[in-house]
Design a protein around this ligand. Structure first.
Ligand SMILES: *[C@@H]1O[C@H](CO)[C@@H](O)[C@H](O)[C@H]1NC(C)=O
Ligand SMILES: *[C@@H]1O[C@H](CO)[C@@H](O)[C@H](O)[C@H]1NC(C)=O
Ligand SMILES: *[C@@H]1O[C@H](CO)[C@@H](O)[C@H](O)[C@H]1NC(C)=O
Ligand SMILES: *[C@@H]1O[C@H](CO)[C@@H](O)[C@H](O)[C@H]1NC(C)=O
Ligand SMILES: *[C@@H]1O[C@H](CO)[C@@H](O)[C@H](O)[C@H]1NC(C)=O
Ligand SMILES: *[C@@H]1O[C@H](CO)[C@@H](O)[C@H](O)[C@H]1NC(C)=O
Ligand SMILES: *[C@@H]1O[C@H](CO)[C@@H](O)[C@H](O)[C@H]1NC(C)=O
Ligand SMILES: *[C@@H]1O[C@H](CO)[C@@H](O)[C@H](O)[C@H]1NC(C)=O
Length: 663
């Protein structure tokens, strides 16, 4: 099934090789259209982020997109996914962008590449690498010389790789987006955009169409558009299509109309309701857009998953969950939905739908309950999680100062005095980024949380170890708060006194999960006299056996966490992401089949940060065949609506407009 390719596409690839000089793509301002190979061309595209889908499933998802009648896909390139440390590049495995482009090409899909450097995307720090913050005062997305130097270096690696994949060079990339919604950013630095223009032209040549995307309002286009980039807009269904395109016309009086992000659904935040947008609303506005002869990209066509630690966050601090389902036409797991078929109907009115079978929804399997065992707390495993030992510092250091960018860091200090009565531990400057699990000599004291809980009471004896495990829950991806430092970013106080003399343990949990936590025969030694509470962050392990005698196993599945609170889960060393059923709306995590094996037991490691049922009830997680991503158990009201929400929700409220009156 996965090997099925459209024969036409294969043939075209062969022919192109001999005919490269005929391959052109550009803008015709006379016909208000794109021109491809000398003929007017309009695209209907869909967003898919290769970084949110296992490589194993790229072909399946692309083929489903092709079968929906799309001409093109649009994808972001997350810089921090490819340059995890300054000067260290990774384009292998799930990060093999060139292979992804090749698959799109073989499937008969053109590519609209959103090359960054900033992408937003509900992705950690909007795709910018956290190591940029080593210069604390850096002004991201501006002409700041250190920022620009890093961008130039990265683009000199990325863009030469992309050049052979440009349409005129025989590849699928028809257009390249520079930056993203720059007009929504405070800096409004035209010199920065000019530097990017020079850089992209230098590496990609003069022929390729470079474009920008901004909110559909002159307010955004003012700082987002620049001579030399083609200005496109983004807007939601249900709004006034004519008004939105007239905003684009304020920057581009002639040329093709383009909605670069037509929202098929919407993003989620932990503790808020799951977003759902009805298929009918989207189908209706899509029809209006296409009736205008406009080009459109459906954002997202498939959302996928924020595996590991890749989710971003909005302000006031609201991190996004692991699922990036987005209520898109293809579900997180690539399932065909009603929305898929509704939109395919609309697309079929304008494009010829390809012949052939739509790859079916993959089967999901309910493997059932898996018993887990406590293996030890983070503190008990400290020597294995932090082999180099602690960094000593009078005042706390941030993740970036420790050169650890993701996950967890343990901050330890000794109580300077007897706290026999409840004593206030607080973060007066709201500097716990983002969540801190506090214990004294192994006894849980409470949790501090950014923007939500800045003070707890603790008790303990003078000289006792106070351990504060700080979780980075994802960097802000939108707006002026991109410089999102993690860890304890300001001093903590006990009563009124600043706590000093810290031992700070960088933690390589992902490395330890692969090597020394799972199946380690002897449990870590407990220091005598220290009562250990399993309410403090604790590792649990177990194994999942794939049953024999059933054809086509392993299949995809979802893991459910009955009685668990908040944590992180790995299967065979693959970091599936965060779970937080206590807050929701997401209860289950997607487990793609490619990380499971049937030959030997699959090793599961869970890091539960708060508490499980394990001391009183069955210590189990459960593999089920249906996702639950819409159950908000602890609802936080939306605070001050940011400009971010305002921009997009406003458009939803506007009434509908029939026909097309855009010149
Ligand atoms: C090759 O070029 C000819 C014109 O010289 C054109 O008619 C034909 O469509 C081109 N083929 C492809 C696959 O681009
Ligand atoms: C949509 O916007 C256009 C242009 O601003 C305006 O003329 C028209 O009245 C609007 N339609 C509705 C239904 O509000
Ligand atoms: C803490 O209390 C103990 C008695 O419980 C006492 O021996 C010790 O001196 C006190 N330490 C400080 C720093 O006050
Ligand atoms: C901390 O303890 C004080 C005194 O016992 C009490 O008044 C206060 O409500 C407590 N605060 C919290 C957050 O528990
Ligand atoms: C902590 O307080 C000290 C003394 O006021 C100050 O010098 C230091 O910069 C502060 N550290 C942080 C991380 O805020
Ligand atoms: C752990 O193993 C998994 C599966 O082989 C691999 O994907 C991952 O990169 C490894 N992680 C580390 C930190 O070595
Ligand atoms: C799980 O761990 C055991 C050793 O503890 C190992 O033999 C087995 O191969 C591991 N399973 C996988 C899928 O790596
Ligand atoms: C969650 O989604 C399921 C399946 O679409 C639906 O049956 C259920 O009513 C939804 N629950 C909530 C609370 O919205």
């Amino acid at each position: 099934m996965l090997r099925l390719l459209l024969p036409v596409a294969g043939l075209a690839t062969v022919l192109r090789a001999a005919n490269i000089s005929q391959r052109t793509f550009g803008i015709d301002y006379g016909c208000n259209c794109f021109v491809k190979d000398g003929r007017p061309f309009r695209y209907i595209s869909g967003s898919i982020h290769y970084s949110r889908i296992p490589r194993y499933y790229w072909k399946d998802r692309l083929l489903k997109m092709k079968m929906a009648g799309l001409d093109a896909i649009q994808t972001y390139v997350p810089w921090n996914y490819h340059e995890p440390q300054m000067g260290v590049y990774d384009f292998s495995g799930d990060r093999d962008l060139e292979y992804f482009l090749q698959l799109a090409d073989e499937t008969g899909l053109l590519v609209i590449l959103r090359a960054g450097p900033y992408i937003c995307a509900e992705w950690d720090m909007g795709g910018l690498p956290a190591w940029l913050l080593e210069k604390e005062s850096i002004v991201l997305r501006s002409s700041d010389s250190d920022y620009l130097a890093a961008v130039e270096k990265w683009m000199s690696v990325l863009l030469p790789k992309m050049k052979p994949h440009l349409y005129q060079n025989g590849g699928p990339i028809i257009m390249v987006q520079v930056e993203n919604e720059y007009g929504s950013y405070f800096a409004c630095d035209y010199d920065y955009l000019r530097s990017l223009q020079k850089l992209f032209r230098q590496h990609l040549g003069d022929e390729v169409v470079l474009f920008t995307t901004d909110g559909a309002s002159q307010l955004y286009l003012r700082c987002g558009a620049l001579q030399g980039f083609y200005a496109t807009v983004d807007f939601a269904p249900g709004g006034n299509v004519t008004a939105a395109f007239l905003a684009q016309r304020s920057s581009e009086p002639t040329g093709p109309l383009v909605n670069s992000e037509f929202y098929t659904g919407w993003l989620d935040h932990w503790g808020h309701r799951h977003s759902v947008v009805p298929a009918q609303t989207i189908a209706k506005t899509l029809n209006e857009i296409l009736a205008c002869g406009a080009n459109v990209n459906l954002y997202m066509f498939i959302g996928g998953t924020n595996f590991a630690y890749w989710n971003g966050a909005n302000m006031p601090y609201m991190p996004q969950p692991t699922s990036y389902d987005y209520d898109a036409p293809l579900s997180e797991a690539g399932d065909l939905t009603e929305k898929y078929f509704a939109l395919r109907e609309v697309i079929g009115m304008y494009n010829q739908l390809p012949e052939g079978l739509i790859p079916p929804t993959t089967s999901k399997f309910a493997y059932g309950k898996v018993h887990l065992q406590k293996v030890g707390t983070v503190v008990e495993f400290l020597d294995r999680l932090s082999p180099a030992g602690p960094v000593k510092s009078t005042f706390p250091l941030t993740f970036v100062q420790l050169k650890q960018y993701f996950g967890f860091v343990l901050y330890r200090t000794k109580l300077p005095k007897n706290c026999t009565e409840p004593t206030q531990l607080s973060s007066p400057l709201n500097g716990v980024h983002d969540r801190a699990y506090v214990s004294v000599d192994g006894v849980l004291q409470g949790i501090l949380e950014r923007d939500k809980s800045l003070m707890i009471n603790i008790t303990g004896k003078a000289g006792a170890n106070m351990d504060i495990l700080v979780e980075n829950m994802g960097r802000v991806n939108y707006g002026r708060y991109n410089n999102d430092f993690k860890g304890l970013v300001s001093n903590l106080t006990l009563d009124q006194d600043i706590l000093v003399e810290w031992e700070i343990y960088p933690l390589d949990i992902d490395g330890a999960v692969n090597h020394s936590i799972h199946g380690y025969p002897d449990r870590p030694k407990r220091s005598v006299g220290n009562p250990v509470s399993y309410e403090t962050p604790t590792f649990y392990t177990g194994t999942l056996l794939i049953p024999g005698g059933i054809p086509d196993l392993p299949q995809d599945t979802y893991v459910n966490f009955p009685g668990w609170t908040k944590g992180q889960i790995w299967i065979n060393g693959f970091n599936l992401g965060r779970y937080w059923p206590a807050r929701g709306p997401q209860l289950t995590l997607f487990v793609p089949r490619n990380i499971l094996v049937s030959s030997v037991p699959n090793n599961i490691t869970v890091l539960e940060l708060e508490h499980s049922h394990c001391s009183t009830q069955a210590c189990e997680i459960e593999f089920v065949d249906k996702p639950v991503i819409n159950a908000t158990t602890q609802l936080f009201a939306l605070q001050e609506p940011s400009a971010f929400f305002f921009n997009h929700l406003l458009q939803l409220k506007r009434s509908l407009q029939k026909g097309c009156t855009v010149p």
